[in-house]
Design a protein around this ligand. Structure first.
Ligand code: HDD
Length: 678
């Protein structure tokens, strides 16, 4: 799938969309030429309160002072209890049409149909103001404004979840978020309550392995996969059903930050991912993802190759059920107002359209309650669907009335069914022939119990599968992640217990982590046979599109730099000149530049500046391509970097750099970066 390279035309087209049109009246609410009160009264002065003389007390009668301050006092709404920090964008989803065989949902089934979407990416644990690059799961929530009503796919960048039953959600989140006494740590897994919980609650093991993998530190929201996690039931026009898992595949590939890089970035640029999303769209370098589905038969036992499809701690390996692309998502427009759009958007798994149904996954069932409920306190009442960002593009006639923040002026006396008084305007129930949502009849039976199916008791086999599927470098990163995070636990007993969990997954991993912690490796019962799934591996020989990547040149804005800028711009790469001081064509100075901003660096001048030494050493440690032009050779020597090391590119041109960026990192250098002892 070829990526979209900067296209002003596409950008222009993105500026007009049905959703944008529908938001237009709300955007037009603030139009007059003059400053006014909320009531439209023109104001001559908003800098001084009304006082009894210039040195006197303020007067209670100053309605403008009171309105201005009162409104300010109430500007904030409660942040999301999870996924508080996020950023979003509008886009277009285009269906390939092949999904018609499994679903009647128009936005998937109708070839070429374009549907407006809003996507909100997020971290899970941190507060609204926390950093983007922390080790965490990322949210990937998509609202499709379809002609049949809004459909929300509220997924994550990891395909499994910590718990199998929604009733455990408060437990896992209380354990994973900050300690309640100090509100520390912010947005990190490295603390006692998290490891205490997951070491006792072993159904979390598979998700913990994903959280300790490179997936937890994405390079950009552009370079991560998305997963619907649960199994959904799709229904086609003939009424046939299939069990399906949703996947978002990034056109740019799956790429991560180095762990040290992620930590530095959290300080240098806490908005790293948010900025990348907004800047990329502004530059016409749109994020692109393909939506894919794994299709499994809707069998009575809802199991596929022995995998219980109702268990959200399990994946179906792509080798068993290939991900079939069914449409493409292009994010092409930034919101105008963070609060009105990104903050007020309300996702809900119960926002479904005909052709897509839920299954009995107990995690999914509980989520169906939580998402509606949370909006009541977050958005202040039951009318949040009327907020411009949440409005359906399909006609709404719901018989709901009144409530806080009601903005519809309902007419007539009838808001009930059945009735004989509404006349032709009143809503009538819609059968399936006119698009009414009718569930596929499914037999439900069973005793009333608080219990899991037996198959849910397997907590380790797929964690083992995931670890075995990774490349050796990714496996090393996971060992380092477990060692780092567990080292930060104060309680030795928790570290030991967690090693006990790891021992039931993989002996070699446990030995390495235990060695790092200075503890004995316990014995466990890891699965005897594991069939790896190569599709889970991030590091492969593939060369990926490079739009959105950034190259830094330590030098001057000279002809050579300009030529590279021009050549790489055509591929969507930004080239920034880093010079000792500012000036025309200089985007970073030795003082302001940090390695984490760049995917590759070129040393083009001789310098002994210590900040540049650190920049180059970090780029080297993070396995980034480093180019050398002319006297830059001296700079590399000053930084102690061997010119013969892998990924040191002598006199690189645009093509050489593009090829190096396409591999994401210089993987051949990684073995040289290990501490001498290992
Ligand atoms: Fe959740 C937000 C994803 C389990 C309760 N969740 C939220 C968001 C994402 C997810 C991406 C942010 C939406 C946005 O951008 O506004 N959540 C997931 C996934 C889960 C999951 C992939 C498991 C497969 N969530 C889950 C459970 C519960 C919740 C089990 C409760 C029982 N989630 C919420 C919530 C949030 C939320 C409290 C917070 C704000 C919101 O919903 O609108 O209702």
């Amino acid at each position: 799938m070829e990526p979209t390279v900067p296209s002003p035309k596409a950008k222009e087209e993105a500026e007009t969309s049905p959703v944008k049109e529908s938001l237009a009246p709300a955007r037009g609410l603030q139009t007059g030429d003059y400053l006014t009160t909320a009531q439209g009264l023109r104001l001559p002065d908003t800098d001084h309160s009304l006082k009894a003389g210039p040195r006197g007390p303020s007067l209670l009668e100053d309605f403008h002072l009171r309105e201005k301050i009162t409104h300010f006092d109430h500007e904030r709404i409660p942040e999301r209890v999870v996924h508080a920090r996020g950023s979003g964008a509008y886009g277009t989803f285009t269906a390939y049409g092949n999904a018609a065989s499994v679903t009647k949902a128009g936005f998937l089934a109708e070839k070429g149909l374009e549907t407006d979407v809003f996507v909100r990416f997020s971290t899970v644990l941190g507060s609204r103001g926390s950093a983007d690059t922390v080790r965490d799961t990322r949210g990937f929530a998509v609202k499709f404004y379809t002609a049949e009503g809004n459909f929300d796919l509220v997924g994550n960048n990891m395909p499994v979840f910590f718990i199998q039953d929604a009733i455990k959600f408060p437990d896992v989140i209380h354990a994973a978020k900050w300690h309640p006494d100090r509100e520390i740590p912010q947005a990190q897994t490295a603390h006692d309550t998290f490891w205490d919980f997951v070491s006792l609650h072993t159904e979390a093991t598979h998700h913990v392995f994903w959280a300790m993998s490179d997936r937890a530190v994405p390079r950009s929201y552009r370079t991560m996969e998305g997963f619907g996690v649960h199994t959904f039931r799709l229904v086609n026009a003939e009424g046939e059903t299939a069990l399906v898992k949703f996947h978002w595949k990034p056109v740019a590939g799956v790429h991560s930050l180095a762990w040290e890089e992620a930590q530095i970035t959290a300080g240098v640029d806490p908005d790293f991912h948010r900025r990348d999303l907004a800047d990329s769209i502004d530059a016409g370098l749109f994020y692109e993802f393909e939506l894919g589905i794994q299709v499994m038969p809707d069998s009575d036992d809802e199991t596929f190759h022995g995998i219980d499809l109702l268990d959200p701690t399990k994946i179906v390996p792509e080798e068993l059920a290939p991900v079939q692309p069914v449409g493409k998502l292009v994010l092409n427009r930034n919101p105008d107002n963070f609060h009105a759009e990104t903050e007020q958007i309300a996702f809900h798994l119960g926002h479904l359209v005909p052709g897509i149904e839920v299954t009995n996954d107990p995690l999914l069932q509980g989520r169906l309650f939580s998402y509606l409920d949370t909006q009541l306190s977050r958005l202040g009442g039951p009318n949040f669907a009327q907020l411009p960002i949440n409005r359906s593009q399909a006609p709404v006639n719901d018989n709901h009335r009144d409530g806080l923040h009601q903005s519809v002026v309902h007419r007539g006396i009838v808001a009930y069914l059945p009735n004989s008084l509404a006349g032709p305007e009143g809503p009538v129930p819609a059968g399936p022939e006119v698009g009414g949502y009718v569930n596929v009849p499914k037999m439900v039976h069973g005793e009333k119990v608080r219990a899991n199916p037996v198959s849910f008791a397997d907590h380790y086999s797929q964690a083992a599968l995931f670890y075995a599927s990774l490349s050796p470098i990714e496996q090393d990163h996971m060992v380092e992640a477990f060692t780092f995070e567990l080292s930060k636990c104060y309680e030795q007993a928790i570290r030991e217990r967690m090693l006990g969990v790891l021992a039931n997954v993989n002996t070699e991993l446990t030995a390495k982590v235990a060695a790092g912690l200075g503890l004995p490796a316990p014995e466990g019962k890891p699965p005897l046979e594991v069939t790896p799934s190569p599709a889970l591996r991030q590091i492969t020989d593939r060369v990926w599109p490079i739009a959105g990547r950034v190259v830094g040149i330590i030098g001057a804005p000279d002809k050579q730099a300009a030529a590279l800028q021009k050549a790489l711009k055509a591929q969507g790469v930004v080239v920034r000149v880093i010079a000792p001081v500012g000036g025309p064509g200089v985007e970073r100075t030795f003082q302001t530049a940090r390695s984490v901003e760049f995917d590759a660096v070129i040393a083009a001048t001789a310098t002994t500046d210590l900040q540049m030494m650190v920049l180059l050493q970090e780029a080297y440690r993070h396995a980034k391509p480093i180019g050398v032009w002319g006297k830059g050779e001296q700079t590399l020597a000053n930084a102690g970097i061997d010119l013969k090391a892998p990924g040191i590119l002598l006199d690189p041109d645009a093509d050489t750099l593009a090829a190096a960026l396409g591999a994401h990192r210089v993987w051949a250098r990684v073995p040289l970066l290990k501490p001498a002892a290992s």
